[in-house]
Design a protein around this ligand. Structure first.
Ligand code: GLC
Length: 583
């Protein structure tokens, strides 16, 4: 009996191989997962809250902790597992809080420490982890450390920063990401230049100094003791510097990370941080930036390295930072390449948007009223069915869109204003520049959350710090809550599906029909569970022929009411996204 079964199986296998042989050649980028190391930070979806824009409880026009507390049930209803909240510390807010003046104090705009604790407890009671944004590549120039460092070269805090003594002449050129004048600024009181990778008001901290490092670990312990579950290390790939400050060749800044990032010592500091904070407090850490390629990224996150658990790189978002459409082939290639490189070891985050980019649907989908809903659903389906921890930026669960800001007067973001000045100085075509800024500026992602169709979208009873997108009557939580086919309810279904099907977290990934111009097709497989993911990235209907189609068993999720499968051919409607279980 057994022998007959084996024989039948063999014959069937040979027949299938003969039948599908040619089609099998279309499969590419095979990757496998060996053993499962289950972790909450791999399985959950992370939801990013920009606190200033989420919900205002006191009518001052700025989002705050009590506003977030009011919306805890909403946040829980999303089915997400963790929150990453942008900085809310004491700050002059030159870079909206990425310039910290006191790492243990809350900016009064957001509330008090008691409010923070209540909010944290609210998350914990709902089983939601909390990830704190730690901005320690640089501080604010209003931080006590910098204020004192300026007073004298003999002050112990002088060594907390990077200085070039003015008697040595001009410092070697360093590029600054936010300052067209360059990365050094002069302080008369100590006759030295200080280094700043970002704005003038964001002096870089000296990670080469063990005392500084130990201060940072104490800050992290302070928050870990309050109960936060993880840290996001802002701009951390730039933390270590070559303090001999060699001259860099002209034009080097085009390859910014290579020259300014990922120095070998960075790994020593991360090892130290791991031993001091990450391991003993059982918290997790994710770095913004993953260096220049796979090797750097592996060095940061592979378990044996004892550095970080997760990193995120910018290859995905980089491809859509200008209004020119990205190519789907490029999109597939980038995701498949990174997946393959991390199929055996290491773990990455998956994201398509955050507070530093314009809105997901504008960049990767189709924001027109006709396709906004389906294309956002398609993108959210994609994010939540890939390997890697999905990061969802607040508002993308609704399909919030870019805001139209055609003139520079309305811009408040230091980065946008810096780019504008630099374009002016270079004599660029400013009409074209403004078009690009309007499309790509990170201000697009910072408009207030759209809760309902009352004035200011229910975000505040006062004057919002930033104009609410005028489409709030068409895109808001209240409207979408009641619509089973909304972007919001689709997002909830996806987070639930990811929880129920471990294959979506840990399964191997295989790209199918790499060359298909409209459809992104791939499989996820874990043990006996096989899922076929089909995403139409086009505003036209399209179809694909796949052997897997013939063995479809069940539809797991679909952003339309029907599917069209005939034999091995599947037709998809514009931006249709379907997950099928198959044999
Ligand atoms: C990171 C943050 C960004 C900030 C910059 C400087 O890139 O995500 O918002 O402006 O660091 O801290």
């Amino acid at each position: 009996m057994i022998k007959r079964n084996v024989l039948a199986h063999l014959i069937l296998t040979v027949l299938l191989l003969l039948f599908f042989g040619c089609k099998e050649q279309q499969k590419e980028e095979v990757s496998t997962s060996s053993g499962i190391d289950r972790q909450w930070w791999k399985e959950g979806t992370l939801y990013q809250i920009y606190p200033q824009s989420f919900k205002d409880s006191n009518g001052d026009g700025f989002g705050d902790f009590r506003g977030i507390i009011e919306e805890l049930d909403y946040i829980e209803s999303l089915g997400i597992s963790a929150i990453w909240m942008n900085p809310f510390f004491k700050s002059p807010l030159v870079d909206n809080g990425y310039d910290v003046a006191d790492y243990r104090a809350i900016h009064p705009r957001y509330g008090t420490m008691e409010d923070f604790e209540e909010m944290l407890k609210g998350f914990q009671d709902r089983g939601i982890k909390f990830v704190l944004d730690v901005v320690v590549n640089h501080s604010s120039d209003e931080h006590e450390w910098f204020q004192k460092a300026k007073t004298s070269r003999d002050h112990k805090y002088y060594k907390y920063f990077h200085w070039w003594p003015a008697e040595k002449g001009d410092p070697p050129h360093r590029h600054s990401l936010f300052d067209t004048e360059g990365g050094w600024d002069y302080v008369a009181s100590n006759n030295s230049y200080y280094l700043h990778t970002f704005a003038e008001a964001q002096p870089d901290l000296n990670w080469e100094n063990p005392e500084l490092r130990s201060e940072v670990y104490d800050i992290m312990k302070f928050w870990a003791e309050k109960g936060v579950n993880g840290f996001r290390l802002d701009a951390f790939q730039f933390a270590s510097k070559d303090t001999t400050y060699p001259e860099f060749p002209e034009g080097h800044e085009k390859d910014f990370i290579k020259w300014y990032g990922m120095r070998p010592e960075l790994h020593d500091y991360l090892n130290e941080m791991y031993t001091e904070v990450i391991e003993p407090y059982n918290v997790f850490a994710v770095a913004e930036g993953a260096g220049s390629g796979f090797e750097d990224a592996h060095d940061l996150v592979d378990a044996n390295r004892k550095e970080l658990q997760v990193a995120y790189h910018f290859d995905y978002v980089g491809m859509s930072s200008t209004p020119e459409r990205y190519e789907l082939s490029q999109f597939k290639e980038v995701f498949s390449r990174w997946d393959k490189a991390f199929s055996e070891n290491g773990w990455l985050a998956i994201f398509l948007s955050n507070h530093d980019n314009s809105r997901l649907v504008n960049r990767f989908g189709n924001p027109s009223p006709e396709f906004r809903t389906v294309s956002t659903q398609m993108l959210n389906t994609f994010l939540l069915s890939m390997r890697g921890t999905p990061y969802t930026y607040f508002g993308d669960e609704l399909g919030m869109t870019n805001i139209d800001m055609p003139t520079i007067e309305e811009y408040v973001d230091i980065s946008a204003i810096g780019e504008y000045k630099s374009a002016l100085a270079q004599g660029k075509d400013m009409v074209e520049f403004m078009e690009r800024l309007n499309y790509g500026s990170r201000e697009n992602a910072r408009t207030p959350m759209q809760w309902n169709d009352t004035e200011n979208a229910g975000f505040t009873e006062g004057k919002p710090w930033k104009r609410v997108n005028s489409n709030y009557k068409q895109i808001n939580v209240a409207l979408q809550n009641n619509d089973p086919n909304s972007v919001l309810n689709h997002f909830r279904k996806m987070t639930q599906l990811r929880k129920e099907h471990l294959v979506l977290v840990y399964g191997t990934y295989q790209l199918l029909q790499k060359e298909h111009p409209e459809i992104y097709a791939f499989t996820r497989m874990l043990d006996q569970e096989k899922v076929l993911v089909l995403l139409n990235f086009s505003s036209e209907a399209s179809s694909i022929t796949l052997p897997e189609a013939a063995s479809i068993q069940e539809t797991l999720i679909n952003n339309y009411n029907s599917t069209n499968v005939k034999g091995d051919s599947i037709s998809l409607l514009p931006y249709q996204a379907v997950l099928f279980k198959f044999n």
